[in-house]
Write a protein that binds this ligand. Structure first.
Ligand code: AMP
Length: 585
């Protein structure tokens, strides 16, 4: 391949984009995590401190961490125009080839003249940043021109990826954990730094920043601190099946009402407020009343966690989650805020000018109570302190009676564990007779088509849970009930837009659906129980995997969850064990 870097007039080494494109190609050709880690570690060794964050973002198909909301996105029509401009081939011909090949990246690589590319990684990154941030009149022109310039200076192999990135179709199957492993291997030769790097990542959700910090100063990774403005990966709750088990596990604890709303991490720096979802997306526009209230009800700078729940002003009743999420649409937020105002129940504080994540919950909760002046909009989650299972159950039943989901018990001594499901928080949810004690969030990986008169609908969805070990999705259910006909029609339309020709690399399935889709949409499913089944790959050993019995969809597509936030294989196994335990009691 020749030199990996070139040296500019000032003697600065610049990584060639051809090296990155070659890596993309190798990564595409393997599904082994070990091989991916090696490929990346070698690539990272060639990157300078100035380049590493850019390379990391581009591996993720972007130019900035997702919560900044900077997206490269270009529509197919504009990309086709750029390919035509750069190659001199008429657009009609580009479109024609696209119809045959099905991938604009392949079309570009096919029709651009064979030559060596001259681009560096930094040049490509800068051009994509320009495309992502262009705004106002003439935006599309700027974007088309920037992509045309890149393509004119690239080889056919590079062009393939230059086209896929702005289309959002760079699907390398490289997860965060693989990037973290590779950064560790690059730095110390093995994976022993993984936990430290992961901790830093969980505290800022910005892989580019973590990589750059690592390249600048290794100590700074060890001492990584949270910062206002950078979301922290939310802590998650474990589940147990009874009050007795909870008290046995964590002793005297705070037991809090579990609100079925929308989790929001609130960042306040002076008068500047930002709201982030559990998916680490910026949600500030969705809740103007919370932004306003935060300025009045929160003292000083702070990072606070809480649950937002809408209520009906006329009846005072809490509304189902679906109402709160409706505000995701950009329009009508003000009206929604008026009709169905939101309450923000704060339940944790992670920063008050100082990083509080290492402090025990008891102390954090005290600080939270001193930081917030409760009012109409911002309140503090209701709690009791108890070591008595019966008292816990009384509080649980009281909350169920009020239409809430259940309770979350909190270990008084536990630090805030970013991004992890640990026994610091334990949830106990309501369940109905003959129903699994908790719902399951599955990612849709494909569907079986409706037959005959139902051909314009999905017949059943193929649902998968996430296996953190292998970063793959493993099937657990075929879901054909719980949806209205209208929803089945809409699901087909939405899924057809993300359909793929063959089984995605990160999906493990024995069932072949009529249509495979990119793992993108998460739905919540309830079921009667978990059974062992020869058809599913979740937790499969020998011939049997775990499966949901009588699964039914109980939520529309979860806007607040990424595929990786689905229930994990480990959790399904845990739920199976809890269920077994409950049956023998
Ligand atoms: P689950 O989504 O079922 O795993 O339950 C955990 C979720 O419950 C958290 O992510 C929060 O969004 C939500 N929640 C509601 N009330 C509380 C509370 N008082 N403390 C912690 N989490 C809560």
């Amino acid at each position: 391949m020749g030199q990996v870097s070139e040296v500019d007039g000032l003697g600065v080494k610049k990584l060639k984009f051809s090296v990155l494109a070659k890596c993309f190609e190798f990564l595409e050709g393997t599904s082994s995590r070990l091989e991916m880690t090696d490929i990346l570690a070698n690539l990272f060794k060639d990157c300078t401190t100035e380049e590493i964050d850019k390379v990391v973002y581009m591996l993720q198909g972007t130019v900035a961490p997702p919560f900044r909301g900077i997206e490269i996105g270009m529509g197919e029509k504009f990309v086709q125009q750029a390919v035509s401009n750069a190659s001199g081939v008429p657009k009609e011909e580009v479109v024609k080839q696209y119809k045959t090949l099905g991938d604009l990246g392949d079309v570009a690589s096919n029709i651009l003249p064979k030559k060596e590319g001259v681009l560096t990684v930094s040049q490509v990154y800068d051009a994509f940043m320009k495309i992502a941030t262009a705004s106002g009149k003439g935006t599309q022109e700027v974007r088309i021109n920037a992509l045309t310039e890149l393509l004119k200076n690239s080889s056919p192999e590079e062009a393939k990826y230059l086209v896929r990135i702005p289309l959002g179709k760079l699907r390398l199957g490289v997860g965060d954990a693989t990037i973290i492993d590779a950064l560790s291997v690059r730095t110390v030769g093995d994976k022993s730094m993984r936990e430290e790097i992961e901790r830093a990542y969980n505290l800022c959700c910005d892989m580019g920043l973590v990589a750059k910090t690592l390249y600048t100063d290794r100590e700074a990774i060890t001492n990584f601190q949270i910062k206002v403005g950078n979301p922290i990966k939310p802590a998650l709750a474990e589940r147990l099946s009874s009050a007795e088990e909870i008290i046995e596990k964590i002793g005297e604890c705070y037991v809090e009402a579990k609100y079925d709303g929308f989790r929001i991490q609130l960042h306040k720096e002076g008068d500047k407020i930002e709201l982030f979802s559990r998916r680490i997306e910026r949600m500030t526009h969705m809740f103007p009343e919370i932004v306003q209230a935060a300025k009045e009800q929160i003292k000083g700078d702070a990072i606070i966690e809480g649950e937002t729940i809408s209520y009906d002003e006329s009846t005072g009743e809490f509304l189902p989650f679906q109402f709160t999420i409706r505000r995701k649409r950009k329009h009508g937020v003000e009206e929604m805020a008026e009709q169905y105002p939101a309450i923000y129940f704060a339940f944790d504080i992670l920063y008050n000018g100082k990083d509080l994540t290492q402090k025990p919950y008891l102390e954090r909760r005290n600080i939270l109570e001193q930081t917030i002046t409760e009012g109409e909009i911002i309140k503090i989650s209701e709690k009791i302190r108890t070591g008595d299972p019966q008292e816990l159950m009384r509080f649980f039943n009281e909350n169920i009676g009020r239409g809430l989901e259940g309770i979350v018990a909190k270990d008084l001594n536990a630090p805030y564990i970013a991004g992890a499901r640990k026994f610091a928080w334990i949830k106990l949810k309501r369940s109905y007779k003959g129903e699994l004690a908790d719902t399951v969030d599955v990612t849709i990986v494909g569907y079986l088509a409706g037959r005959g008169s139902r051909a314009k609908m999905v017949g059943a969805l193929l649902g998968a849970v996430y296996d953190e070990e292998t970063e793959t999705f493993k099937t657990v259910a075929k879901i054909g009930s719980g949806m209205t006909e209208e929803q089945m029609i809409n699901l087909k339309k939405m899924l057809d837009q993300i359909k793929v020709e063959k089984k995605p690399k990160n999906v493990d399935s024995l069932i072949t659906p009529d249509v495979w889709t990119q793992p993108q949409y998460v739905i919540t499913v309830s079921a009667d129980e978990i059974t062992l089944s020869p058809s599913h790959t979740c937790g499969r050993t020998k011939d049997l995997g775990y499966a949901l019995r009588f699964p039914r969809m109980i939520s529309w597509i979860r806007q607040d969850k990424k595929p990786e936030d689905s229930t994990t294989v480990k959790e399904i196994i845990q739920m199976y064990n809890i269920q077994k335990h409950a049956k023998t009691e």
